[in-house]
Design a protein around this ligand. Structure first.
Ligand SMILES: Cc1cc2nc3c(=O)[nH]c(=O)nc-3n(C[C@H](O)[C@H](O)[C@H](O)COP(=O)(O)OP(=O)(O)OC[C@H]3O[C@@H](n4cnc5c(N)ncnc54)[C@H](O)[C@@H]3O)c2cc1C
Length: 379
């Protein structure tokens, strides 16, 4: 993105140590308590990880997207709940940077880059299919003072702790995007407890009742969010989820390597059983393939090449479906212990399934990628 790029193994090594020492050992607790303590979110801020792709004038580091992907992979290796928070915060930060007026950028970007304010992405609704992003029941009606927002959003990652919601709403002809502070009168946040995966991502349902917004709350073109703000944000989210899925695969490999090196069956260490070796080989190959696809998508983003959109679909499809399969193998390798909260693989299994549903489900991806195949052949 920029010449002054904070990249290189030293930074990633630092993130890796953070994950090894402060995240991975606590991730099962985060999952059980359905909460990530503020002090951990502050550590993410100390490391400058909330929105490092923003330019230095907004307190970012102009980090290139390949490196951003590696950071999300590392965090995903430790805790998918935390990676999910990073995903939606990145989507909001990048959207304000790309589509915001200078005053909106001034208002939000430094606080988002420093992690002083957290962002959440509000598209899905309880009464509409999330895959069909055009079906908003949430409305924003213009009056002389600004906008009046009404509606409900569900499954909002980070909704319990976010300071600003990026909300998609129907404004007459089409969909528009609004930046809504979580403490505005008329905003009600209801936690969504006991979900199957990424429970630490502090999901919430958000209700907007006659929420009054200034005209400046509108982000990007009115009525055109579907092809602009939403498309860009979802592409970035998809990329982050793909990279986070690589992290899940890595965590599964680490857990299985450790477990099979101490656990025996019939006097033989599990690591010496051929079927375990076969599964481990599949894990390593899937990790490398998924990471290469992520790097390709990231490099195309850095080059500003629109081909990144399809490359990101492909990366996410491969990485998320591989993560589900491999997390399942990891549970299998652990036997009954795979079901125990004393090991990470049960959590990896639950979290991996989320990656197949969000940011374009596996089935929607299959439609999109297959359509591209037919387009390519027709040319
Ligand atoms: C843990 C978690 C976190 C989330 N975080 C957020 C968030 O931060 N912000 C947000 O806005 N949303 C969030 N979501 C919602 C998520 O984006 C939606 O769940 C997702 O878009 C799928 O929508 P849906 O659940 O309504 O499923 P549906 O769209 O109802 O799909 C149901 C099934 O039908 C299939 N399907 C749908 N359409 C088609 C089609 N055209 N062809 C073939 N099959 C199809 C799907 O693949 C799926 O298997 C989150 C969800 C989860 C589980």
């Amino acid at each position: 993105m920029k010449a002054e790029t904070r990249r290189g193994p030293a930074d990633l090594a630092e993130v890796g140590r953070f994950v090894d020492l402060e995240i991975a050992p606590r991730a099962n607790t985060f999952e059980r308590e359905e909460w990530i303590p503020r002090e951990v979110l502050s550590r993410v801020a100390d490391l400058g990880l909330w929105a490092p792709f923003l330019p230095p004038e907004f307190d970012g580091e102009a980090m290139d997207m390949v490196t951003v992907g590696r950071v999300h992979e590392e965090i995903g290796r430790g805790c998918s709940g935390l990676r999910s928070l990073l995903t939606v915060h990145s989507m909001v930060s990048a959207s304000v940077h790309r589509w915001g007026e200078p005053a909106q950028q001034e208002q939000w970007l430094r606080a988002l880059a420093r992690g002083e304010k957290l962002g959440a992405f509000c598209l899905t609704e309880p009464d509409h299919s999330g895959s069909d992003s055009t079906a908003e029941g949430t409305t924003a009606v213009r009056d002389q003072d600004g906008w009046i927002l009404n509606g409900r959003k569900k499954w909002i990652t980070g909704g319990q702790v976010a300071d600003v919601f990026m909300v998609f709403a129907t404004t007459g002809a089409g969909t528009s995007t609004f930046l809504v502070e979580s403490d505005r009168p008329g905003v009600r946040v209801t936690p969504l407890p006991h979900v199957m995966g990424t429970t630490a991502s502090m999901l919430a349902e958000i209700e907007f009742t006659d929420v009054r917004l200034e005209p400046t709350a509108l982000l990007g073109p009115q009525g055109w969010a579907a092809g602009t703000v939403m498309t860009n944000a979802l592409d970035l989210g998809r990329y982050s989820v793909a990279c986070g899925s690589v992290g899940i695969i890595r965590a599964a490999i680490e857990a299985c390597a450790a477990y099979t090196s101490v656990r025996s069956a019939g006097g033989v260490l599990l690591r010496d059983l051929p079927h375990v070796r076969q599964m481990m080989s599949g894990m390593v190959t899937a990790r490398d393939a998924a990471r290469l696809l992520c790097e390709k998508a990231g490099a195309l983003k850095d080059a500003g090449d629109p081909a990144t959109i399809m490359a990101t679909w492909v990366a996410k499809y491969h990485a998320s479906t591989s993560a589900v399969r491999i997390a399942g193998d990891a549970v299998q390798i652990h036997g009954a212990n795979g079901f125990s909260p004393d090991y990470p693989v049960g959590r990896l299994y639950r979290d991996s399934k989320v990656t197949e549903v969000i940011e374009g489900s596996t089935q929607v991806q299959e439609l999109t990628i297959a359509a591209e195949a037919y387009r390519e052949v027709a040319q």
